[in-house]
Design a protein around this ligand. Structure first.
Ligand code: NDP
Length: 451
């Protein structure tokens, strides 16, 4: 008889947990997974997917506005928000169904309920205990709300995705991924958006040209972006919510979204009991094999110290299974991970920023930059600029960083990320024939460094 109930028990059925469990199941392992909410996790249900659907929905406003420049007569238009939300919810239900079916087809047993670690080989779910040779923690993250008087009146991205109506006036606190994405969604959906950012500008950690270009474009689109501005208190009034800001300023809004970061979902999981090490933010510390310090326990995804991105969680989850269940040791290279921000316009980025080049002690660099109005906007007369930038190591000629703000940035940068990952040089970029007319061709036709 088998020593354990399962070969693998996964806690958390989000992107990382499901990917790992399915692959282990497909390799013949006896696998169980538990989930306290719905199957799918942040990305499918409370993040990437619903967010992108709302981005598509709201962006159509610009397409409709630009159509006249191409000769289209478009009558009165309006966005039926409840219908949009219903369509989005139906899609999430469909995806959840697919996830469930895929788990079933891989022979994975699903338990509904919160999993808590009892010891290095035992998990308890709603009063039932299960033993497993290996435990994988994939519980993800959760929005963080700072302590501000009246914070109970604020919503997080979880609720923001489900609002029954578009708020007339909305404040977005925070200038990270989630803040700029929601500012764009609501602004294009017709709300009056005020974005409040405590730092000098949005998207700390991104290349300065990206940050400045996006801030400028968002302002042009109508977002009232206020930097170096903090919220001191939120008060419910007869007219809505009153936000007390720096310098004695106030604004009145109908909703306030706090997008002030996310924290690992690692509390009350039994980690202290078994001695799994976490960092001061509660993120589980893992080695290159996603192993925690406790033999028998691994962790992947946003609950760990790794980059909080779905494809990273999936890659780490699958690599863990290759290593442990297929005798195929597979470390994941977390260098040059591309990412996109689905702001309006969107951002795509891979590799280092110009500021990092100095801080990382890279040798001298050349910076190439182009800023132009995309062809598509000429006839409609839309005043929107695309920015593209390359950072090149002067000695090795390698392209170390590639950044873009503009339509299709995510689609374009994904392709170029392969070249960066492969260590492509500027000469190889130059030797690549462009696709004309496109914005992407600018990356292979930049001839003169600007710095
Ligand atoms: P981020 O960490 O990206 O940004 C948080 C923002 O909130 C920053 O502007 C930060 O300012 C500000 N902030 C933090 N604390 C406070 C405070 N107490 N008062 C006021 N402002 C504050 O977090 P997000 O919530 O936007 O996103 C979380 C993570 O989710 C991202 O890091 C990303 O990994 C992931 N994500 C990825 C997406 C994608 O790939 N497209 C989309 C959405 C999320 P400061 O810069 O000064 O610290």
């Amino acid at each position: 008889m088998a020593k354990y109930d399962f070969d693998l028990f996964t806690i958390g059925a989000g992107s990382g947990g499901v990917a790992a469990s399915r692959r282990a199941g497909a390799y013949g392992a006896r696998v169980a997974i538990c989930e306290e909410r719905r199957i799918g996790g942040t990305c499918v249900l409370r993040g990437c997917v619903p967010k992108k659907l709302l981005v598509y929905a709201s962006h159509i406003r610009n397409e409709l506005a630009d159509a006249a420049g191409y000769g289209w007569n478009i009558g009165e238009t309006s966005l039926d928000w409840p219908r949009m939300i219903a369509a989005k919810d139906a899609e999430l239900d469909r995806l959840e169904g697919i996830y469930k079916r895929m788990l079933g087809n891989s022979g994975v047993t699903v338990y509904e309920g919160r999993g808590v670690i009892v010891d290095a080989h035992t998990v308890e779910v709603e009063g039932r205990t299960f033993t497993a040779e290996r435990i994988l923690i994939a519980t993800g993250g959760w929005p963080t709300l700072p302590e501000v008087p009246g914070i109970q009146h604020a919503i997080t991205s979880n609720e923001a995705l489900d609002l029954a109506e578009i708020p007339e006036r909305v404040a977005v606190v925070g200038g990270g991924y989630i803040g700029v994405e929601f500012a764009g969604i609501w602004n294009n959906a017709g709300a009056k958006v005020t974005q409040l950012v405590r730092g000098e500008t949005i998207l700390r950690g991104f290349d300065l040209d990206v940050r400045e270009t996006l801030a400028e474009e968002m302002r042009k689109e109508g977002v009232d972006l206020r930097c170096q501005t903090r919220v001191h208190a939120i008060e419910k009034t007869a007219e809505g919510l009153d936000l007390r800001l720096d310098r004695g300023e106030h604004i009145q809004v109908d909703q306030v979204l706090y997008a002030t970061g996310r924290h690992p979902h690692s509390k009350n999981l039994g980690l202290e009991r078994v001695g799994v090490q976490t960092d001061p933010h509660g993120a589980i510390i893992v080695d290159e094999w996603s192993k925690t310090n406790v033999p028998g326990i691994w962790a992947v995804g946003d609950v760990t110290t790794r980059i909080a991105l779905t494809p990273v969680a999936i890659a780490d989850g699958r690599a863990f299974v290759e290593t442990e269940f297929k005798d195929n040791p597979t470390p994941v290279d977390h260098g040059a991970v591309p990412s996109a921000v689905f702001s309006q316009p969107p951002v795509g980025t891979v590799g280092i920023t110009e500021a990092e080049a100095g801080a990382l002690g890279t040798g001298p660099i050349d910076v190439y930059r182009a800023k132009f109005r995309p062809m598509k906007f000429v006839l409609p007369g839309r005043d929107s600029k695309t920015m593209m930038k390359l950072i090149v190591d002067r000695e090795t000629d390698k392209v170390l960083g590639l950044h873009m703000v503009g339509p299709d940035a995510a689609e374009i940068v994904q392709g170029f990320a392969v070249a960066i990952k492969a260590g492509a040089t500027k000469k190889q970029f130059d030797a690549t024939v462009g696709i004309h007319p496109s914005s992407a061709e600018e990356f292979v036709t930049m001839t003169t460094p600007v710095e």
